[in-house]
Design a protein around this ligand. Structure first.
Ligand code: NAG
Ligand code: NAG
Ligand code: NAG
Ligand code: NAG
Ligand code: NAG
Ligand code: NAG
Ligand code: NAG
Ligand code: NAG
Ligand code: NAG
Ligand code: NAG
Length: 453
């Protein structure tokens, strides 16, 4: 019965729409243009037992309707429509495009179907558009890029959008966050996206994108799990001062890691914000650039499952924020124990790296005559000569701090260094099976960091 009434009601809506009057509106001379547009917008939606849409009725001013906010200066003009997770189903009405003062539209997390109406491109004041987590289909209207010049945030995540990424999206100079993960986009990434110099987040993973990466593309954050292949252009990451994460894992990228990932002019420090660099499970070759050591904020660095070689640069020891590092399944030269390649070797290298960073010595250091290895040196001196084995640089900074900071903090730091050395020792056990697992290393590092804070 209810279904039948709904059907009748819907067909009535259609008739009304054709007549130019939205359902439930007062006589059009009374309703403002924005109220009418909202009523048209509502007429194409439904929500279980009306839900939050129940408040969209004529006994309340439309500026008080759930999700609607109006401008303070222009009283009858709607500036934001925040209806995330309102349980809305139905389609997005083209009349939404009449709400020309809108700055923010969030319809994410509903069950909307149909296409993105091209009329949204009339919303020239729009800064935020969130249509993610719906079931929208069709192409991304090119007009969005041509007209919405103020757009800063565009999220179309988890829909069923198809076609290519419109190159016009590169004409949105203020864009900071562009997310179109989990759709059915195909074709290549438009080279022009490299012009979005304010872009912090570009997420295009889980689509059907293909082709090589255009050399003009200045950044490639979070490009994980696309069907992308090609080598990364040498200057790929050079001009993106705000870039925080690069996820390019699970693709078909090959060739050397671009030098520009780590090439930061000492004063400008291009990628100084980079915290996550995941290049794992590709086919990268070549060695790790020493300049990676300049990415001071790096917390995660994964290059496992590639085909890289050479030695792991000492400079990685400069990455004081680094909590996660994955180097396994490459052909890196190991220090000390021959050149056996294995996942355990990865842990060994990491352990040696820890010992190197803390002691400030290399395994080849002349201190280790008579067959004494770096590991043995640390093992022998760990408890009674800690300050001797802690490297010059670290120990200087500890001593300096000792002068102005309380002694407990100094002791805590020394204890942490001892813990770190123990971790290094455990990772460099002769028998691979006695070495720590990656999980335990991470736990250990977290515990150490916890002590320091
Ligand atoms: C419609 O407008 C007229 C005058 O323009 C006013 O008298 C009347 O109260 C309004 N009706 C409603 C429902 O706002
Ligand atoms: C109109 O909205 C108000 C506020 O949410 C609500 O209390 C009232 O029941 C609604 N009226 C109708 C006819 O749905
Ligand atoms: C959405 O629907 C679910 C189940 O139908 C309900 O639990 C939830 O409260 C609804 N949310 C809103 C915002 O109406
Ligand atoms: C409102 O939107 C409809 C549908 O896009 C359009 O036909 C109409 O011209 C618009 N009205 C105004 C005043 O912009
Ligand atoms: C956009 O919508 C998604 C899905 O509901 C939500 O997770 C996300 O936080 C929203 N973005 C913003 C900026 O509110
Ligand atoms: C980037 O912008 C400049 C100037 O706006 C333009 O000349 C150039 O063609 C654009 N690059 C791409 C790849 O679209
Ligand atoms: C890795 O590199 C070696 C030597 O360059 C080559 O023979 C091998 O096929 C490569 N493996 C993969 C998986 O690319
Ligand atoms: C980074 O580490 C290397 C080798 O450990 C060292 O020579 C260099 O001075 C360090 N750079 C900075 C900026 O700390
Ligand atoms: C203290 O260091 C000496 C070498 O200087 C070493 O022989 C001795 O075993 C160490 N003691 C402990 C308890 O590790
Ligand atoms: C593995 C893969 O997808 N390879 C493709 C890389 O791109 C070239 C040209 O675009 C294709 O020919 C390959 O098949």
């Amino acid at each position: 019965m209810e279904g039948a009434i709904r059907l009748l009601w819907l067909s009535l809506l259609c008739i009304c729409s054709h007549a130019g009057l939205p359902p439930g509106s007062r006589s059009s001379s009374n309703a403002t243009a924005d109220e009418l547009a909202l009523l048209y917008f509502k007429s194409m939606l439904s929500s279980p037992s009306e839900g939050l849409l129940a408040s969209w009725n004529s006994s309340n001013h439309f500026c008080t309707w759930a999700g609607v906010s109006c401008s303070r200066q222009h009283r009858e003009r709607v500036v934001s429509l925040l209806m995330n997770s309102f349980n809305l189903s139905g389609r997005i009405s083209p009349f939404l495009g009449n709400l020309s003062f809108l700055r923010e539209v969030d319809l994410g997390g509903n069950q909307l179907v149909g296409e993105i109406p091209v009329e949204l491109s009339h919303l020239t004041r729009l800064q935020v558009l969130n249509l993610s987590y719906n079931q929208l289909q069709g192409e991304i209207p090119t007009e969005i890029g041509l007209s919405l010049k103020k757009l800063v945030y565009l999220n179309l995540d988890r829909n069923s959008l198809s076609g290519e990424i419109p190159p016009s999206l590169a004409d949105l100079p203020l864009m900071e966050d562009l997310t179109i993960v989990y759709n059915r986009l195909s074709g290549e990434i438009p080279p022009s996206l490299g012009n979005l110099t304010n872009l912090r987040v570009l997420r295009l993973a889980f689509n059907m994108l293909s082709g090589a990466i255009p050399s003009s593309l200045g950044l490639l954050p979070r490009l994980s799990q696309n069907l992308l292949n090609g080598s990364i252009p040498p200057d790929a990451f050079s001009k993106l001062p705000y870039l925080q994460s690069i996820f390019m894992d699970h693709n078909f990228f090959h060739g050397p890691i671009p030098r520009s990932i780590g090439s930061i002019p000492s004063d400008i420090s291009n990628l100084v914000n980079l915290a996550y660099l995941d290049l794992s499970e590709n086919s990268f070759t070549g060695s790790l650039p020493a300049s990676l050591g300049r990415l001071k904020n790096m917390a995660l660095f994964y290059v496992f499952d590639n085909n890289m070689s050479g030695s792991v640069p000492m400079t990685l020891g400069n990455l004081t924020e680094l909590n996660y590092m994955g180097l396994s399944t490459n052909s890196f030269v190991e220090y000390g124990a021959g050149n056996v390649v294995s996942t355990n070797g990865d842990i060994y290298s990491y352990g040696i790296l820890i010992l190197e960073v803390v002691t400030g010595k290399r395994p080849t250091d002349s201190t280790f005559g008579q067959g004494l290895s770096l590991r043995e040196y640390v093992e022998l001196s760990l408890y009674n000569r800690t300050m001797d084995i802690i490297g010059m640089r670290l120990s200087l900074s500890l001593k300096n701090e000792c002068q102005d900071i309380d002694i407990f903090s100094h002791k805590r730091k020394t204890d942490c260094l001892i813990d770190l050395l123990k971790l290094g020792l455990s990772c460099t056990e002769e028998m691979p099976s006695s070495r720590m697992s990656t999980g335990d290393i991470i736990k250990g590092l977290h515990a150490i960091k916890g002590h320091l804070l």
